[in-house]
Design a binder for this molecule. Structure first.
Ligand SMILES: [Zn+2]
Ligand SMILES: [Zn+2]
Length: 331
């Protein structure tokens, strides 16, 4: 079976994998039908993602079709369309036992720590497959990305009375925006890129979008979706007394915390990592009901065979990629 392997920075190679085995107990064999491409994939492709070692098969945002199920799997049938929860957790560590399967101490994320979905078929633990009949494969592939925003908004326990600042309106900022809006918060988006500001203005009426903020601006909850250490440090300035800050984006750099400011305002700082299983059915329901529509996010598409040729172009700022989706022909 055909698979695409990242063998070095900026180097994809087509490889032939042995055909996927029959699913064992608790497993399912799935056909990969759509793959979302995100910042993790781009930084992995560039060799800048610390968890991605070469060679690696990328692909963690997956819309799949069930081809066979193993013994003891009752919630799946052949032909089911599913979104994949790509966080393979151990189930026994401190974090897992507390229900925080998103930050398992030995977490393996498909396409990051272990090989992912850039291949025709693969066997997965059945409980990581979330069925939804009403959605197409592209919509299913974007559920994992949405889950990042869902979990971040849950971390901060956003309530209708909260005023919320979201810094960064890339794909991750947009997912935070979706769930902050669902929580009926008053939302301001801070984004330096004019094209991204325009996208929010056109697709999210009623949301305030700004290129900068006055010094006295203050919000109960501040989300940073830039992954930029300077921006992350600056979030403290924008938080009200008693405010909450959530780092959604991640940086390799240390983040400088202005401690007198942190203490004086008695702020609370959260990290947000991945998402938990319960987020997936909630999101599937929200897409099905029309509460969330990710279709405008898909700015670029290609067939699986075209992906190696498209990647470099998508990295260029002029490409204005919001979300790229790779489609796999059925076969
Ligand atoms: Zn992603
Ligand atoms: Zn664990």
């Amino acid at each position: 079976m055909r698979s695409l392997t990242l063998t070095a920075a900026r180097t994809f190679e087509w490889t032939t994998l042995p055909e996927a085995a029959a699913p064992g107990p608790g497993e399912a064999l799935v056909g990969i039908r759509a793959i979302g491409i995100c910042g993790t994939d781009f930084s992995g492709y560039l060799g800048k993602m610390p968890f991605i070692e070469f060679p690696r098969i990328l692909g963690h945002e997956l819309g799949v079709e069930v081809l066979a199920v193993g013994d003891g799997v009752s919630h799946l049938q052949v032909g089911d369309r599913c979104s994949v929860e790509p966080y393979l957790n151990c189930g026994t560590c401190h974090a897992c036992l507390r229900g925080s399967t998103n930050c398992c101490e030995t977490l393996q994320v498909l396409g990051v720590h272990c090989d992912g979905g850039m291949r025709e078929r693969m066997v997965l633990p059945a409980h990581k497959l979330h069925v939804c009949h009403g959605l197409d494969f592209e919509q299913l592939a974007l559920v994992e990305t949405l889950a990042i925003g869902c979990h971040a908004v849950n971390r901060a326990q956003v309530a209708p009375s909260d005023d919320v600042l979201i810094i960064g309106a890339g794909p991750i900022g947009l997912t935070v925006l979706e769930f902050a809006r669902a929580a009926e918060a008053a939302i301001t988006v801070l984004e330096l890129n004019p094209a991204r500001r325009l996208f929010v203005e056109q697709n999210y009426p009623g949301i305030q979008v700004v290129a900068g903020l006055p010094d006295e601006a203050a919000f109960q909850i501040v989300f940073d979706a830039t992954g930029h250490a300077g921006s992350m440090a600056g979030t403290l300035r924008y938080a009200r007394f008693t405010g909450r800050i959530v780092y959604v984006g991640i940086t390799k750099e240390p983040v400088l915390i202005d401690d007198p400011l942190f203490h004086r305002r008695e702020l609370t700082l959260f990290a947000s990592r991945n998402a938990v299983a319960a987020d997936f059915p909630r999101i599937l329901g929200m897409i099905q009901s029309g509460q969330i529509d990710t279709r405008p996010w898909i700015s670029h598409r290609c067939e699986f065979g075209e992906l190696p040729g498209e990647m470099e172009g998508w990295l260029l700022p002029d490409s204005r990629v919001i979300k790229a989706v790779v489609r796999l022909e059925v076969g």
